[in-house]
Design a protein around this ligand. Structure first.
Ligand code: C5P
Length: 221
């Protein structure tokens, strides 16, 4: 019998959206359900890995055997990911991290007054790029790219720009896959390769992605 493909590996996954608070009752969020990242964490665990999942605000059960850390904002997600980084073999950034957050969170509920309202937003840190450039960089750093056009070009640009080993791209313009769907399809790119994972349940797509990750890890040894 072959040992599970990821036995002895430590895998860190980020999943879900981030919510950036405007005041005590309002926030800026996005449509990520967290399903893909949770499926990735579950698949990695089933393949024998020691899995830590940093989860944004989602209502999903924790996959059995997975250590979960709940966060809300991008800044908290970054802190949790960087704190968990040492000793990880793989980082998989499947979270839909807010690119901008309110410059300040108001301590009291914002009252309506004028006909228009201007919010000042500031750029958040790119967690994935920070992980890829970190002194405790895992051997394999994997990103996700949700695109609506020119999938390969945008994905390859992110691969290089963020210093990643692999990027898994999905076409979110299709209503049957992506953010809120139970199914997905991925095109996975690395420096000199590509592997397409056909449309199917996120659990099967996640398992195929983890098999590819296990293969890439083995190829590095
Ligand atoms: O640049 P873009 O957001 O499209 O890249 C997507 C990838 O980058 C995802 O893996 C996502 O988790 C990660 N990301 C991040 N921190 C950000 C923005 C994106 O880790 N602030």
């Amino acid at each position: 019998l072959r040992p599970p493909r990821l036995a002895g590996r430590r895998v860190l996954v980020s999943a879900g959206p981030t919510f950036e608070d405007i005041d005590p009752v309002r926030f800026l969020g996005n449509r990520s359900s967290g399903k893909m990242g949770f499926a990735v964490a579950d698949a990695a665990r089933r393949m024998g890995a020691d899995v830590t999942l940093v989860a944004g605000p989602v209502s999903l059960p924790t996959p059995p055997g997975v250590a979960r850390i709940d966060v809300r904002r991008a800044a908290q997600m970054r802190d949790a990911v960087l704190a968990a980084l040492p000793g990880q073999d793989v980082y998989i950034g499947a979270a839909a991290v807010a690119d901008y957050a309110p410059a300040e969170t108001l301590p009291q509920k914002l009252k309506k007054s004028g006909d228009s309202l201007t919010l000042t937003l500031v750029r958040t840190a790119d967690i994935l790029a920070d992980v890829a450039a970190h002194a405790a960089r895992p051997r394999l750093v994997v990103g996700f790219a949700a695109e609506t056009s020119d999938l390969e070009a945008y994905a390859r640009d992110k691969l290089h720009r963020k210093g990643l080993d692999l990027i898994a791209a999905n076409d979110v313009s299709r209503p049957d896959q992506g953010f809120e769907a139970d199914e997905n399809a991925l095109a996975v790119f690395w420096r000199d390769g590509r592997h397409d994972i056909g449309h199917g349940p996120k659990s099967r797509v996640a398992t195929e992605l983890l098999l590819l990750i296990a293969q890439r890890l083995e190829a590095m040894e």
